[in-house]
Design a protein around this ligand. Structure first.
Ligand code: ZN
Length: 271
């Protein structure tokens, strides 16, 4: 599919996702609509800097965020996919400084390159490590056994590397089906999509990312961004400030979903 068409399909999907209300428990089995299939979230291709020193740098430890009631407050949850990358520690320091929880959907290939960062995320109060497959394939377009291995192997890798058993799974490009959902269920993971996309695979300036993200956000929103992009990391402080100015409380997936069921699909949280 031509890149422009793919991008359009992605935009449509993001907008459709935004229009939904309430938790979604349906599967998106086919690739129709692309479900963000054009997102070149390039974990699979982006080279890693082998330097370990930035990952080992100390990040201040925040106090554990208080549990909040998202049926009463305007909640929004930030999620970051495709890392950990070389600049993830910078993002982590920003989130800690601003006392904002977040969930990181980690790709196995990247965990192998930045294991210390994966551990640091897991050890930072308020932060959640989650499953985004080993090499970021389109799970609905590969053999079922291979798709299952992508989900299961990364679960094991996250556990081995961070000591944490992931409870959330996000299929790359949002592409999942009954078979992948069943694997997630068996592993005790809820399938988490998103309702607002930062479109940081399309735009590469912090101002533009904030500009396109904010209008998509309503109470209960789950925001998809990518911590492999420097412009995204630069956009985060402004995004947080503007969300707070609009009365939003930034919360974890645990708070916005509150006891999600393994194998079920969620695009939004409580509101
Ligand atoms: Zn991804």
């Amino acid at each position: 599919m031509p890149r422009r068409l793919l991008s359009f399909a992605c935009l449509v999907v993001v907008l459709v996702g935004c229009a939904r209300s309430g938790p979604v428990a349906t599967t998106v089995g086919t690739a129709a609509g692309g479900t963000a299939a054009g997102t070149p979230d390039a974990s699979a291709t982006r080279p890693a800097t082998a330097s370990a020193s930035p990952e080992a740098s100390a990040t201040p430890t925040p106090s554990a965020p208080a549990r909040v009631d998202c049926t009463k407050l305007k909640c929004v949850a930030l999620t970051f996919d495709d890392g950990p990358g070389p600049q993830t520690p910078t993002l982590l320091a920003t989130l800690v400084d601003k006392k904002v929880p977040a969930t990181f959907f980690l790709v196995g290939r990247m965990i192998k390159q930045h294991p210390a960062t994966a551990r640091r995320i897991a050890q930072t109060p308020g932060m959640t490590v989650a499953n985004h497959t080993m090499i970021h394939p389109m799970l609905t377009r590969i053999a079922a056994a291979r798709a299952a291995a992508e989900i299961t192997d990364n679960t094991k890798l996250i556990q081995k590397t961070t000591g944490v058993k992931p409870r959330y799974f996000r299929p790359p490009y949002g592409l999942h089906n009954n078979r992948t959902d069943a694997v997630a269920k068996k592993l005790g993971q809820a399938v988490v999509l998103w309702s607002a996309g930062a479109l940081d695979w399309q735009y590469d300036t912090p101002a533009k990312i904030v500009e396109v993200t904010l209008p998509q956000i309503t109470p209960g929103a789950i925001v998809l961004a990518h911590d492999i992009h420097p412009w995204t990391i630069k956009a985060v402080p402004s995004l947080i400030a503007k969300l707070r100015a609009k009365g939003y409380t930034l919360v974890s997936l645990d708070d916005i979903l509150r006891n999600p069921r393994a194998g079920n699909t969620y695009s939004r949280g409580l509101h």
